[in-house]
Write a protein that binds this ligand. Structure first.
Ligand code: FAD
Length: 340
């Protein structure tokens, strides 16, 4: 697999601030993806890295953000409605008005892409979505992303300027190579006023519940992912039997979601989420390009499929040609044996 990295190019770094919208876990800590974004921003600019967080920032959160490279901390009271993309986009717009950054970065999950598009429209600026590599080359911001189902990589320059701040949603595989911020002083938290647009104010959250797919590790951040393909024939118990001992998140192909075996939020691929685990295990997955475009950032790829001609074997590091119903129990048994 080619590695997608975000690093400081010989062309140096920007001077202007970079704004980062940092999401929080259910427990209130910054998400790993959010901290990764801060680190990516640190690699892009010699100026301030401004972390924007919804809700109170406690000392642990402030310390984590500072260690990742943030030099300013903005808190926005969004009344717990930050899960609404229109509300979060308003916060980004308000922060851009306050900070005048060269560029604003958000995560490239479903919500992040919506936030990026909406904020860019409100700002009258550019938007680049699902970017897997960001770097500064000769003072210009270069953003690269996979297109045409992952068969091509395209690089664009994004004019980074304070009067038309572009908004970029960044793929989780964009790993940063940033100067260490260890030992930096934790900055004071600044409160940001966010005037809500009519569109955001019109949306009310009626209820929220954690879906089954989210019950395990977060798919977009997981280091290990087991993917349920058509070849599992909907055997969720079989998929869990392997995923649970590995503490892996469960993903799925579109077929598995279409069949209703698992929620749509588990779909990995072109029209689902992009993932970058260190270990991907596909169970009964053929490896259609629409699916594999979402695993370009994966480390070791393991495929168990009964069709030796399946395209997944072309990219797999380890492959087993066989029936998942026979191979998975043996794998689970061997795992248990190795772990004593
Ligand atoms: C515009 C567009 C967007 C799309 N977006 C996505 C996307 O985001 N994500 C996505 O996943 N797909 C997407 N698709 C669909 C994609 O093209 C494939 O149809 C889909 O990924 C195939 O899923 P699958 O591998 O589970 O099924 P299949 O392609 O049917 O493969 C199942 C494999 O399992 C094997 N098998 C069967 N039984 C067993 C068994 N008992 N043990 C072991 N192996 C077995 C079969 O031999 C086969 O190789 C998209 C398609 C289009 C047109």
């Amino acid at each position: 697999m080619s590695e997608i990295t975000s690093e400081t190019a010989p062309g140096g770094r920007l001077d202007a601030p970079v704004l980062v919208l940092v999401d929080r876990t259910g427990e209130g800590a910054p998400t790993g993806a959010g901290l990764g974004l801060v680190s990516t921003a640190r690699g892009l600019t010699a100026g301030d890295v401004v972390a924007l967080v919804a809700g109170d920032i406690d000392s642990d959160t402030a310390a984590a953000l500072t260690a990742a490279g943030a030099t300013r901390l903005l808190t926005a009271d969004l009344g717990g409605r930050e899960t609404v993309a229109a509300v979060a986009a308003d916060a980004v717009v308000a922060a851009v008005g306050s900070v005048a950054p060269a560029v604003a970065l958000v995560g490239a999950d479903y919500r992040g892409k919506e936030i990026a598009g909406r904020a860019a429209v409100l700002l009258g600026s550019a938007c680049a979505s699902d970017v897997g590599d960001l770097r500064v080359v000769d003072g210009e911001l270069h953003a690269s992303k996979l297109v045409l189902s992952g068969t091509w990589s395209t690089t664009m320059t994004v004019s980074a300027q304070a009067d038309h701040t572009p908004v970029i949603s960044v793929h989780p595989s964009a790993a940063a190579s940033a100067p260490s911020a260890a030992g930096s002083d934790v900055p004071a938290v600044e409160a940001l006023e966010v005037p809500l647009s009519a569109e955001a104010a019109a949306v009310k959250v009626v209820s929220r519940e954690v879906g089954d797919a989210a019950a395990g590790p977060d798919l977009s951040e997981a280091q290990r992912v087991v993917v349920m393909g058509r070849g599992t024939d909907g055997d969720v118990t079989l998929v869990h039997s392997l995923a649970d001992p590995l503490d892996a998140a469960i993903g799925a192909t579109r077929v598995a979601c279409d069949e209703g075996w698992i929620e749509r939020s588990a779909q990995v691929g072109q029209t689902g989420v992009s993932i970058a685990p260190s270990l991907y295990i596909g169970l009964g997955v053929s490896g259609a390009v629409h699916h594999t475009s979402g695993i370009q950032g994966a480390g070791t790829i393991v495929a168990i499929c009964d069709d030796s001609e399946a395209p997944i074997f072309e990219m797999a590091d380890y492959g087993v040609v066989g029936d998942v119903a026979e191979v998975v129990p043996q794998l689970v048994e061997e795992l248990a044996r190795l772990r004593g």
